[in-house]
Design a protein around this ligand. Structure first.
Ligand code: 1HE
Length: 264
């Protein structure tokens, strides 16, 4: 292992039921190298064993500047395809894993950084965040799942525009384009993401499992198949002992109330 392999590419903390993974290569704008992606994989696996939800954020001024271009420039075609497939496996373990993940975004959310964010379940951006896919300018293509995940979030027309023209989207545009679900003041993304992750961690495990595993698959099904799978999941979750207790808690007025937005 070279010196770079000994760097600590991610930080890991457990805050109650929530694991916090910090991308930690700020000098290179958190660009993801081969060892870095393995560090993410290890941290995600650890979180699945001890947390009920997770947050991924970036140290320094940016979330992530994508693929490590310095490392990539030397790769052969087969190394490139194997690297891309490894990103797919690691990001897939985030998207279809055991726990929900929230991305806290600021600064660059670029290329593979947007692909990583797209593999999480909720994205919170602060107003410094910007989204770009400069692969076309670099002579490459997305390789971390972007053509599937990012395209499904924003739609293929917007992604085509970003890739062909180098268009950079602001946090507010990103919210309108469905690249993030929340926009907060600068410096507040991590705290908001933690709050949302805590909410998700408090849900019934089986309901979260259905959201992570059934909901995205239903989007890929024909309408009648989706409705059928929905009924199976609905019955499966509703008849669990945890659901019975939670339903009873509501009926006995012991459950937390909905956080209804206040009217002015
Ligand atoms: C990097 C990388 C990187 C920065 N790989 N080294 N991603 C990109 O095309 C984005 C490339 N990066 C940038 O456009 C800018 O760095 C930022 C807008 C993100 C930030 O700008 P700034 O002014 O804060 O930083 P900088 O001066 O440009 O970069 C600081 C250092 O980080 C510098 O190294 P240094 O040794 O000269 O100090 C940069 O070379 C280094 N750096 N980004 C390697 N990405 C699985 S397929 C996914 C395909 C992609 O992700 S393509 C998109 C790649």
């Amino acid at each position: 292992m070279d010196k770079a392999a000994n760097e600590s590419f991610v930080t890991y903390e457990l805050d109650g039921d929530v694991a916090l993974i910090g991308l930690n290569r700020p000098a290179k704008r958190n660009a993801i190298s081969d060892v870095f992606v393995e560090a993410i994989a290890d941290a995600v696996q650890r979180a699945e064993g001890e947390a009920k939800a997770g947050v991924i954020y970036g140290h320094g001024d940016h979330f992530c500047a994508g693929l490590d271009l310095a490392e990539h420039v030397k790769k052969t075609p087969i190394e490139g395809v194997r690297g891309s497939r490894r990103w797919h496996a690691v990001f897939g373990s985030i998207e279809h894993g055991a726990i929900p993940w929230v991305a806290a975004l600021h600064g660059a959310v670029v290329g593979g950084g947007l692909e990583l964010a797209s593999s999480t379940h909720i994205r919170v951006a602060d107003k410094t965040a910007f989204f770009a896919l400069p692969e076309g300018q670099r002579g490459i293509f997305v390789g971390g799942g972007g053509s599937v995940r990012a395209a499904r979030l924003m739609g293929v027309a917007r992604m085509t525009d970003m890739m062909l023209t180098g268009r950079v989207a602001s946090a507010e545009e990103g919210e309108r384009w469905n690249l993030c679900q929340y926009v907060v003041e600068p410096g507040e993304a991590k705290a908001k993401a933690l709050e949302l992750a805590r909410n998700a961690a408090g849900n019934a495990e089986l309901s979260n499992y259905a959201v992570l595993h059934a909901l995205p698959r239903i989007q890929d099904m024909a309408k009648e198949d989706g409705l059928f799978v929905e009924s199976l999941m609905a019955s499966f979750t509703a008849t669990s002992p945890e659901a019975e207790e939670r339903l009873r808690a509501f009926l006995e007025k012991r459950a937390k109330r909905l956080n209804i937005p206040k009217k002015d």
